[in-house]
Design a protein around this ligand. Structure first.
Ligand SMILES: *Cc1c(COP(=O)(O)O)cnc(C)c1O
Ligand code: SF4
Length: 335
């Protein structure tokens, strides 16, 4: 029986937190007690790619420190507006790889489904910052084309939910996606690429855990954390709950200048993640997207960092340093 109580279901905490995210550069500077002189550049750069950051993530930043490694990932800067040779709108060739609207099929056995354009946080270095999402996510009519493509290919054994951030979907919408995928007999695994357990740990609630533990295949969740300061007690609790639900947890990070471009920071990141049940997967060399040149770490420096990591950590805590190259059948290891 439908009761008044169940029809007036409360908006989940994570959705309320998402709606309260900071999107106004002036507010971000005020909350962090930063110099208002940063505002004109932040406003100009935010006009190209909007500022967005959940308040819980901001709370992990150091007040008064314009060089805070978490802030640097989200604060729009003047440097984004400079045209830099080689930094382009679609550096990984996503347009060419679209198999159906919202579906990327670049690698054998795996297909990547962009189920939403929305993210809880806007990372300034994101390779999709210039991606024309409109019409690419699997909304109403596109969804059926992507599904038909998946049904027609018995060799796709793994679907990767991506975006945007797939956990931006409501539980109801996510449940619909999972139910459609459960009709594909060839699927052996489901993978989810999401930054939300890190930037919005409230997302890992009972509703989500019920959905994921009800899946008919093993579920792999690949989180995205770049700096140990991102991992606070709430994040650890969220990761442990996911692990306890039987989900395999991996992390991918992006190597970012003045954020995590030293072996000590990365070693601490991977030790911290491991303590919460997460193994490192990839360390990505930056995709050369327009507006992100100031984050680039060159391959020589990157390789030196990897060498130090290998000396310092057990092998299973050393991520693979890779780069995405258009037209390649897999991520390319950086020597
Ligand atoms: C990165 C990526 C994958 C996953 O690659 P793995 O090496 O399996 O992690 C799959 N499809 C696309 C389009 C990708 O960009
Ligand atoms: S959460 Fe991921 S997809 Fe979204 S802006 Fe950040 S890096 Fe890009």
């Amino acid at each position: 029986m439908i009761t008044a109580k169940s029809t007036l279901r409360q908006v989940p905490l994570w959705q309320r937190e998402l709606a309260r995210a900071i999107t106004d550069p002036a507010e971000l500077l005020r909350v962090l007690e930063l110099d208002p002189a940063l505002l004109p550049a932040a406003t100009a750069a935010a006009a190209r790619f909007a500022l967005r950051v959940p308040r819980g993530f901001v709370a992990r930043m150091q007040r008064g420190d314009p060089a805070d490694p978490l802030l640097r990932q989200v604060l729009p800067l003047e440097a984004e507006l400079a045209e830099m040779p080689g930094f382009i709108a679609d550096p990984v060739g996503e347009h060419a790889a679209l198999a159906a609207p919202g579906l990327l099929h670049k690698y054998h056995g795996r297909a990547l489904l962009m189920v939403t354009a929305a993210c809880a946080v806007h990372c300034r270095y994101c390779f999709r910052r210039e991606f024309p999402y409109a019409g690419q996510h699997s909304g109403a009519d596109h969804w059926s084309t992507a599904l038909a493509y998946l049904r027609a290919d018995p060799d796709i054994h793994e679907v990767i939910l991506s975006g945007g951030d797939p956990l931006s979907l409501s539980d109801r919408r996510l449940g619909e996606v999972l139910a459609e995928l459960a009709r594909l007999p060839q699927l052996r695994r489901l993978r989810i690429h999401s930054r939300q357990p890190i930037v919005l740990p409230e997302r890992v609630d009972d509703g989500l855990l019920t959905l994921l533990s009800g899946c008919p295949w093993p579920v792999v969740l690949v989180t995205h954390a770049n700096h140990p300061q991102e991992i606070d007690a709430a994040v650890i609790a969220a990761l442990r709950r996911l692990g306890a639900a039987g989900i395999t947890l991996l992390n991918q990070a992006v190597l970012l200048r003045a954020v995590n471009d030293d072996a000590g920071t990365l070693a601490t990141l991977n030790e911290t993640l491991f303590a919460a049940g997460v193994l490192p997967y990839y360390l990505h060399q930056l995709d050369r997207v327009r507006g992100a040149a100031h984050f680039e770490v060159n391959d020589i420096q990157a390789s030196a960092i990897m060498e130090t990591l290998r000396q310092r950590l057990p092998g299973y805590l050393v991520p693979r340093l890779v780069r995405e190259q258009p037209g390649q059948p897999a991520k390319t290891p950086v020597a």
